[in-house]
Design a binder for this molecule. Structure first.
Ligand code: FDA
Length: 392
């Protein structure tokens, strides 16, 4: 009976490791399978190699979903404080960076090692290099793989979603959801850099690498963080956050000078230094390269004293609300997460089990729950993994 398990978890990423750990701790016989050569590959590259493993201010309204209340229950039952306690139990040094984001002092590898150690302690059978070739259900789930066939009472889908295909990301969980009749919501790349057409790129490309604090607004959401010019358009935390709320064809609005009255600064500069070049006065508001580019694009090539107040007012207003139309995103190749997934209407918010398919669970990024940048997505993986691990 060595191929029969109480629980089989597919996907040894953040959510799968956590669900397997919890189910194992409850005394369930757990098999955890992954097609990659090692577990937790996305954890290893996360947070610039230091893993932003949770957020101190992990509030449910910082998650996007068609049902914005869905994540509340799981997040309340396994919280950011619970995960921090686990990190501290394993003596992993950590620090808070900004906006409540908690990172390892050392390496993301410590988080993977912690999860693998917890799985080992809970007698989880972890097997990598294993491709799943098919799943069926009669009295039990039957899982066909390149390492043989397995049966299980409960099957937990934790294979993530489409972001970063070159790291092994697949739509496997979505395909399996459809096979078992569960609906999917619309999916698209999120926490992703935005691209721009040729005219705007003429301004942006030479500024590539330049960063400044700004407020990026898309839809009803606004994020005050760093914005970064790239050779394809815009990135940086403010843009990644806004990208989750942006839709094709819509505008993005940037305040490049938060807390400053740009018009007042330009008009005062004109009175005080009329012989100065406009880009010099703009340099009081913006980094020098951006000031020069904005002056060249939006003002006549004269000293500021020769430029009409109307033109300066127009530029001042634009710096506070620069309306831009992105042409698209850099897609799944660069997206930190996939927005959308298995429709939460089909799942129990308490346990993550499919309401119509007893024993079948979906967790982590595969589900239509997407967090903000800043440790929220890992917290969803831990919380949803815990919820499933308690019930599977
Ligand atoms: P995850 O993708 O982690 O795991 C899925 C697992 O399933 C993988 O191990 C994969 O190999 C396996 N798999 C897939 N298809 C399979 C198949 N067909 N058969 C078998 N196995 C299969 N979030 C955060 O909170 N803080 C951060 O610092 C970062 N940083 C970050 C950086 C980068 C570059 C990216 C791309 C993403 C982040 N994220 C993040 C997001 C975070 O990585 C993401 O939300 C979680 O990893 C999702 O966890 P899951 O376990 O759901 O999927």
């Amino acid at each position: 009976m060595k191929n029969n398990f109480d629980v089989v978890v597919l996907g040894a990423g953040a959510a799968g490791l956590f669900a397997a750990m919890r189910a194992g701790q409850r005394g369930r016989r757990v098999l955890l399978l992954d097609h990659a050569e090692e577990p937790g590959k996305k954890i290893l590259i996360s947070g610039g190699g230091r893993c932003n493993f949770t957020n101190r201010d992990c509030l449910p309204d910082r998650f996007l979903s068609q049902n914005r209340h869905f994540a509340r229950s799981a997040l309340a039952r396994y919280t950011q404080h619970d995960f921090l306690e686990l990190v501290q139990k394993h003596r992993i040094a950590w620090h808070e960076k900004t906006l409540g984001q908690l990172f390892c002092d050392g390496s993301a590898r410590q988080i993977v090692a912690m999860l693998v150690a917890e799985c080992e302690a809970a007698s989880v059978d972890l097997r990598c290099h294993t491709r799943i070739t098919g799943v069926t259900k009669d009295t039990h789930f039957r899982i066909a793989t390149t390492a043989g066939a397995f049966t299980a009472e409960s099957l937990v889908l934790a294979t993530g979603s489409l972001s970063i295909p070159k790291m092994g990301a697949t739509g496997f969980a979505h395909d399996l959801a459809m096979q078992f009749g569960l609906p999917l919501t619309e999916i698209r790349p999120a926490l992703v850099p935005l691209t721009f057409g040729d005219t705007m790129l003429e301004l942006m490309r030479p500024l590539s690498g330049l960063a400044l604090e700004s407020v990026a607004k898309a839809g009803k959401a606004a994020f005050r963080e760093a914005l970064l010019f790239t050779h394809r358009g815009l990135s940086g935390p403010a843009i990644l956050q806004a990208s989750s709320y942006w839709r094709e064809g819509e505008m993005l609005t940037l305040d490049l000078v938060p807390d400053r009255d740009a018009t007042a600064v330009l008009l005062a500069g004109k009175r005080a230094r009329p012989k100065a070049e406009a880009k010099t006065i703009l340099g009081d508001l913006l980094p020098a390269r951006l000031a020069a580019a904005m002056a060249a694009q939006h003002l006549p090539p004269r000293t500021i004293g020769e430029i009409g107040d109307g033109d300066l007012r127009k530029l001042g207003a634009m710096l506070k609300a620069w309306a831009l139309k992105p042409s698209g995103t850099e897609g799944y190749a660069k997206a930190e997460v996939t927005l959308g997934g298995v429709d939460t209407e089909a799942l129990s918010s308490q346990t993550m089990v499919a309401k119509e398919v007893p024993g079948l669970f979906f967790i982590g990024e595969a589900v239509d729950v997407t967090g903000w940048l800043g440790g929220y997505n890992f917290q969803w993986a831990w919380s949803s993994g815990w919820a499933a691990g308690e019930a599977a």
